[in-house]
Ligand binder design. Sequence first.
Ligand code: A3P
Ligand code: MG
Length: 294
Amino acid sequence: MAQTQLTYELPASLESWRSDYNALAAGFARIAVAAGVVVMRVYASGAKMRLKADSSPVCEADELAEALILEELRRFVPGIPILAEEAAARGDKPTLDGRFLLVDPVDGTKEFLGRNGEFTVNIALVENGVARVGAVYAPALNKLWFAGDNAFACAIEPGGDLDLVPAPTELRTRAAPAGGLVVMASRSHADPQTEEFLATLQIAERRTAGSSLKFCALAEGQADVYPRFGPTMEWDTAAGDAVLRSAGGVVLSVEGGDLGYGKRAADFRNGGFVAWGRRSDAERLSPHPDRRPS
Ligand SMILES: Nc1ncnc2c1ncn2[C@@H]1O[C@H](COP(=O)(O)O)[C@@H](OP(=O)(O)O)[C@H]1O
Ligand SMILES: [Mg+2]
């Protein structure tokens, strides 16, 4: 349950960026930061794990944090259908229309259980298949990213008040440096297709990170490309996708089009994708000319 009444206004320091999407992003950010308290309480007490039907790990933190997030989202944006990871695991997948919410209460459960801090709370709004608004919060790292029309990041502790953050930084991706790309890759899930893809690029450095933090590194202009050919679910990527796109990046399916959200026939599984800091770099550097963005 929420400890304090949350407000959903833009922080005063972002007043000049007032837009409906930025205000939604600030609301999602506040909910994610509140959920961070629950997640960190379980983290501190030593999480108990069990395996879900698909053999992926889940612990008490996922379920408690999701309950808080769903309650707050229903208050904040009533009537918008919500597809959330743990509810979906129980078979609760509501009818979705053009506008819906995606929630992953703890993305990077392996990192959570491995106690390396690289896990995130993720909340996103999808409109017509596009991740339009998102908040990603890493409670063990005290770091928040949120985006609507613009993308922002700030340091904030679990349960912290967004209004007390002096001024969140506005994010902008960088153009790929001439000396080679910085690549983000999953810490826990490697696959041969990713290696094949990377072999076609001039790489200066390769970094690994758990969860949606990889999208955030691109959004901050600290890295250039994040290829992912192994499986992910829509709730793993939507918030990070929104942050990256609002900062100037793109997430492209392996065919070169949008990743697309609301893929019920695929049980909300994503196909392979490549996230880039800049569309112009995707166009210039994508190894398959027939799969370059149209
Ligand atoms: N075999 C598989 N099937 C479906 N999703 C998988 C998977 N292996 C990894 N993932 C997804 O990858 C996410 C972790 O990403 P990363 O490797 O970048 O940290 C997991 O999120 P959860 O930790 O929320 O379950 C999970 O959804
Ligand atoms: Mg996840």
